[in-house]
Design a protein around this ligand. Structure first.
Ligand SMILES: NC(=O)C1=CN([C@@H]2O[C@H](COP(=O)(O)OP(=O)(O)OC[C@H]3O[C@@H](n4cnc5c(N)ncnc54)[C@H](O)[C@@H]3O)[C@@H](O)[C@H]2O)C=CC1
Ligand SMILES: O=C(O)[C@H]1O[C@H](OP(=O)(O)OP(=O)(O)OC[C@H]2O[C@@H](n3ccc(=O)[nH]c3=O)[C@H](O)[C@@H]2O)[C@H](O)[C@@H](O)[C@@H]1O
Length: 480
């Protein structure tokens, strides 16, 4: 029986390995992590991440050919194929701080693999890493590996949170990069054989190592670029009376452009888009390509602009002051169907409102109060700032109300900001919300999920990103 061990039981390691176990009953899969609480959660009824359909997959295979363990060394030593799916955040200090990927976790995993291995191994980069990382990993493994043969493969993951199970079941493609040597090609084939249990062969792409590593950064950069492009258009739509949804639909009908990823929003969030683009920018700079670096940097710049533009709209519309006014935030996760808040635009927007001394009340169906508190009190490292940006103020963050019900959040509020596109917000009784709010009652829809005309009929003053402005919003926005 082939044995797979995955180092890192996070958003990627957990679901990807559960899918391999589901589809390959002839393979034993063990997911290991240094975090005891995380592994305990994977072994419990309350999984550590919320992902539709994941509970069923894990429960189906756990204890049969899917295991979660903190005994990292034992399972690494026993495995034929080792996936490394540890976190690769942006460096916060030293050379490349604010841009380069921090490979500390990756390097320590590689050194441990070299230490404990007694048989030949295929080591798979599942984490997103800078192009050429495999070369460094190869050196660490071969120089410390007591003569053991290691083949390094790059097999980046393209799943999106909230749809991870679906994405893993039917991936657009599986990408495997390896050395162009007979042993490298054999390793590629061994990994391709795992995926071939359920992925059609024509969707398994094989390349050299550097193409695979770079393709992952390029894919995320292209996806984020589309969002920044449509968000840049949203600002122009508001200035001209065009409607960003109509523009997105019209351009998306062109089969060369396509309809996906053109949803204007308060900004993209998530643990990867910003980090991966900054990493790409850094790699371009290191390779003497400042023009290319500047081009991709703009994608992050526009995203920051979109978030501050949203806050300015709120403050500007509400007579240029929100001091002492209650503002309800509906949705804190970076997108619907996940409890993940990493780099969520809600952190920047909430801090922006707190800086203007608003009284904020937040509701999200999946994010815990503890998580939101942590997010709002943490200092932020900005890549283009010399220092960390402080959160609004520890005292104001302490005063944020975290409630379990959207009607409680909006009660007695002057304004409502929709920051995550949860389906339940579309179905809310907006008349009831209006009746319980201070007048004039404002709604700022950062996800374009409500019908502005219907809400205006109720009596709301509505701002929807990239949509023709409510005459009232228009008047006061001149102040911004
Ligand atoms: N979150 C996502 O949707 C996607 C993430 N990625 C990439 O996948 C990688 C992992 O991301 P996530 O799963 O979101 O991270 P995560 O932070 O959820 O999980 C990483 C896990 O690795 C563990 N870990 C770190 N060092 C370790 C070590 N030496 N030994 C054992 N365990 C160790 C941590 O305790 C943590 O549980 C990153 O490079 C990310 O860019 C790629 C595609 C999608
Ligand atoms: O490398 C990664 O981590 C992953 O990053 C993204 O996945 P994810 O961040 O989970 O979620 P997305 O659906 O891409 O959304 C990212 C952000 O963009 C926003 N978004 C997305 C689409 C859109 O049209 N408009 C928009 O504002 C979302 O609300 C969210 O804040 C990519 O879609 C995955 O392919 C990739 O594997």
């Amino acid at each position: 029986m082939v044995k797979i061990c995955c180092i890192g039981a996070g958003y990627v390691g957990g679901p990807t390995m559960a899918m391999i176990a589901l589809k390959c009953h002839d393979i034993e899969v063990v997911v290991v992590d240094i975090s005891k609480p995380r592994i305990a959660a994977w072994n419990s009824d309350e999984l550590p991440i919320y992902e539709p359909g994941l509970d069923e997959v894990v429960k189906e295979r756990r204890g049969k050919n899917l295991f979660f363990s903190t005994d990292v060394q034992k399972h690494v030593a026993e495995a034929d194929i080792i996936f490394v799916s540890v976190n690769t955040p942006t460096k916060t200090r030293g050379l490349g701080a604010g841009k380069a990927a921090d490979l500390t976790y990756w390097e320590s995993a590689a050194r441990m693999i070299a230490d404990v291995s007694k048989t030949d191994k295929i080591v798979v980069e599942k984490s997103t890493v800078p192009v050429k990382t495999a070369e460094a990993i190869e050196k660490i493994l071969t120089k410390n590996g007591h003569g053991i043969e290691f083949q390094i493969l790059s097999n980046p993951e393209f799943l999106a949170e909230g749809t991870a199970v679906e994405d893993l079941l039917k991936p657009d493609r599986v990408l495997i990069g390896g050395r162009e040597t007979p042993k490298g090609q054999a390793a590629i084939q061994a990994l391709a054989a795992v995926y071939a249990h359920w992925v059609p062969k024509e969707n398994i792409i094989t390349t050299n190592l550097w193409s695979a590593e770079l393709s992952k950064l390029a894919a995320n950069a292209f996806l984020a670029q589309r969002i920044s492009s449509i968000n840049a258009m949203s600002a122009l739509c508001e200035a001209t009376g065009a409607n960003v949804s109509e523009v997105a639909y019209a351009i998306g009908k062109d089969s060369r452009i396509g309809p996906k990823f053109l949803q204007s929003s308060v900004g993209f969030g998530g643990s990867c888009f910003q980090k991966d683009i900054l990493n790409l920018v850094y790699i371009c700079e290191c390779n003497g390509l400042p023009e290319v670096a500047a081009y991709w940097k703009q994608v992050v710049d526009i995203n920051d602009y979109q978030k501050s533009r949203f806050v300015n709209r709120v403050v500007g519309s509400m007579f240029n002051t929100i001091s002492g006014k209650k503002i309800a935030i509906l949705g804190f996760a970076f997108k619907k169907d996940t409890g993940d808040t990493r780099e969520t635009p809600a952190i920047d927007v909430t801090n922006g409102l707190l800086r203007d001394r608003a009284l904020v009340s937040v509701y999200d169906p999946q994010v815990t109060e503890e998580q939101m508190r942590r997010d709002l009190s943490q200092e932020k490292f900005a890549w283009d700032h010399p220092a960390h940006i402080q959160p609004a103020s520890p005292a104001s963050a302490q005063k944020v109300g975290y409630v379990m019900d959207p009607y409680q959040a909006t009660k007695d509020a002057h304004g409502v900001c929709i920051l995550t596109e949860w389906d339940e917000f579309k179905k809310m009784d907006w008349q009831k919300v209006y009746d319980n709010m201070v007048k004039p009652a404002f709604v700022f829809d950062g996800r374009n999920i409500i019908n502005p005309e219907e809400l205006r009929k109720i009596g709301f003053i509505v701002y929807s990103i990239g949509k023709p402005l409510d005459p009232f919003v228009k008047d006061v926005s001149a102040l911004v």
